[in-house]
Design a protein around this ligand. Structure first.
Ligand code: MN
Ligand code: MN
Length: 401
């Protein structure tokens, strides 16, 4: 396990501290200089306070982009004996056609039923610890224990399970399709329920009575269980051996790219081989810092905010630009290949995931692009002096102050 605590990872944004901060904020009004006016009609102050750049957009904003934000708190909760799950897919956030996010909670010992699905599954542990199992199409198996900040990746179609250890757990799942539905996966008890008992008896070589107590359809999915022993004591030996490459990854054990403003950890198929369809960057931005102006030349960006608060302006060409505010628990999205920055607007570390449906992570820095272009061209285009030219960074600094 990584040894990281939830407190270190998610920060201080508990329900209590969020509630306390709300009481200290005045009622915002949509006014900027002489523009705008007060709101005498109906108002939802908590939502306005969370979206100051929607209520009073910077005057550099122009036109209307599709919605690029959806909070997990606006998603329908599925409550089950043993935990809960909620998801944001293209039903909630229609622009998000490449990836789907699911938050899931498992109480101590609780199990996410043995299942598989059409899409590949990437995950990061947010709180607590769990044991994951999987079997591949060569009869090779995998079992691993994961803690806060650890990842797992199950390629499409591979059957798997998740079970919480004694402290319980919460994790984020990310699937490589915008139309994935967590509540419509291939579950083992459902298949048993929809197979004639005579066929089950023939398949397993036992009497039909062996299946008399299989739970009814949909009774499992998430259900209570007994805390498992560690993977080392719970592994089943396969005659074909284990899977050749681990399905788990210690993201926080990676040495980050560190700059004065924060850090970035990049994980894709180059350092986590099973991640052939999902690339990610865990970005940490100090208070006052900013993920620099950049874009991605290979895919849409799907974001998940783990800690802190930030704002992002998305530049969509054709004079279009809109600014959105995000906080822990929000999903953000940037269509390919629109320019953007993410500025820490809070007083704690901003921590978020940039996720891509791609085998590799890639970005282009505005600053580095200009630094590597003949200065006369940059000066002629932007009408800037040598002061800016001499500050351009030939090597990318993904997080600045
Ligand atoms: Mn799954
Ligand atoms: Mn980005």
């Amino acid at each position: 396990m990584s040894g990281l605590s939830r407190r270190q990872f998610i920060g201080g944004s508990t329900a209590a501290t969020v509630a306390a901060s709300l009481t200290n904020v005045g009622v915002p009004e949509p006014e900027r200089g002489n523009a705008g006016g007060t709101i005498p009609g109906p108002i939802n102050n908590p939502i306005d306070r969370e979206n100051p750049d929607l209520l009073v957009p910077p005057n550099t904003d122009a036109g209307l982009l599709p919605n690029l934000k959806y909070s997990m708190s606006d998603a329908h909760m599925h409550l089950l004996d043993g935990g809960w799950a909620r998801q944001v897919n293209e039903q909630q956030l229609p622009i998000a056609t490449t990836l789907t996010g699911v938050e899931m909670r498992l109480e101590p010992g609780a199990i996410r039923e043995l299942h598989w699905h059409l899409q590949s599954e990437w995950a990061i542990m947010l709180d607590g610890r769990a044991q994951v199992t999987a079997v591949d199409d060569h009869g090779r198996n995998f079992i691993g224990d994961v803690g806060v900040g650890d990842l797992w990746m199950f390629p499409a179609g591979y059957p798997h399970s998740i079970q919480a250890f004694s402290e319980g757990c919460e994790f984020l799942l990310v699937f490589d399709a915008g139309n994935f539905n967590e509540f419509d996966t291939f579950m083992v008890t459902d298949w048993f329920n929809h197979t004639p008992p005579s066929v089950l008896a023939k398949d397993f070589g036992v009497p039909q009575s062996a299946f008399a107590k299989v739970p009814p359809e949909s009774a499992r999915y998430i259900f209570p269980g007994k805390v498992p022993p560690p993977a080392s004591a719970n592994a089943v030996r396969s005659p074909a051996g284990p899977v050749p490459q681990s399905f788990t990854h210690r993201l926080m054990a990676q040495t980050p790219i560190t700059t004065s403003g924060g850090s970035v950890r990049i994980v894709d198929s180059s350092n986590f081989p099973p991640a052939t369809t999902i690339a990610a960057a865990l970005v940490e931005v100090k208070p006052g810092g900013m993920r620099e102006l950049h874009w991605h030349p290979n895919a849409d960006e799907w974001q998940y905010y783990i800690a802190g608060k930030g704002r992002m302006t998305v530049f969509a060409a054709e004079g279009l630009a809109n600014t959105f505010d995000y906080q822990a628990g929000d999903v953000g999205y940037i269509p390919f290949p629109m320019g953007h920055y993410i500025e820490n607007t809070g007083n704690e570390t901003l921590r978020f995931l940039e996720m891509f449906r791609s085998s590799y992570y890639a970005d282009v820095s505005l600053d580095t692009w200009l630094a590597l272009t003949p200065p006369a061209m940059v000066r002629a285009t932007l009408n800037v002096d040598q002061g800016l030219i001499s500050k351009l960074r030939k090597q990318e600094a993904p997080v600045v102050e």
